[in-house]
Write a protein that binds this ligand. Structure first.
Ligand code: FES
Length: 166
């Protein structure tokens, strides 16, 4: 994958090239590419003077980081007990059929990654679908279809990177 060294330099320098900012740097890199490309991890390793193996240790430790390409939108369906008994498997089936992708995979156009989890800790809202970090509670099969249609036309949110004033 082709990475943009200028963008990565901007991200690293935003944190003043500090080793202790590794997690924040990786979060920004993931936001830029929707995953952590190996070339980007090498770049971060060199810029922060952190051994590549340590960068990978952090990148693989946190579930929020992905070492495989992810879609522009990440759809997570909770299949924990509370969500399961309130219809989450049907909701997942609807989304799976609409996107034509299995959980853990990304659509061919790179637009969506579908994931499933076992409890998001908000069981009162079951069943829950999370898209790009936004919780959609008490999701029905019909509502799930509407949510996916909504994100089909939506661009992913991009965090504003503030530059330091000189
Ligand atoms: S089981 Fe889905 S949020 Fe707890």
């Amino acid at each position: 994958m082709k990475i943009n060294a200028k963008d990565l330099s901007r991200i690293v320098s935003k944190y003043h090239d500090e080793k202790s900012s590794l997690i924040a740097v990786l979060q920004d890199v993931q936001e830029e590419y929707h995953w952590l490309p190996p070339e980007a991890l090498r770049f971060v390793s060199e810029k922060l003077c952190i051994p590549l193996i340590d960068v990978y240790s952090v990148a693989t430790f946190y579930r929020a980081f992905s070492l495989t390409p992810r879609g522009e939108h990440v759809v997570t369906v909770c299949l924990g007990t509370a969500c399961h008994v309130r219809g989450a498997p049907l909701v997942l089936d609807r989304i799976r059929n609409r996107l034509r992708v299995e959980p853990g995979c990304t659509t061919g156009d790179g637009k969506f990654t579908l994931e499933s989890v076992n409890c998001l800790g908000a069981c009162a809202l079951a069943p829950i679908v999370v898209v790009d970090g936004k919780y959609h509670g008490q999701t029905t099969v019909k509502k799930a279809a509407q949510i996916i249609e909504e994100y089909h036309t939506k661009r992913p949110k991009k965090r504003v990177t503030r530059r330091r004033k000189k």
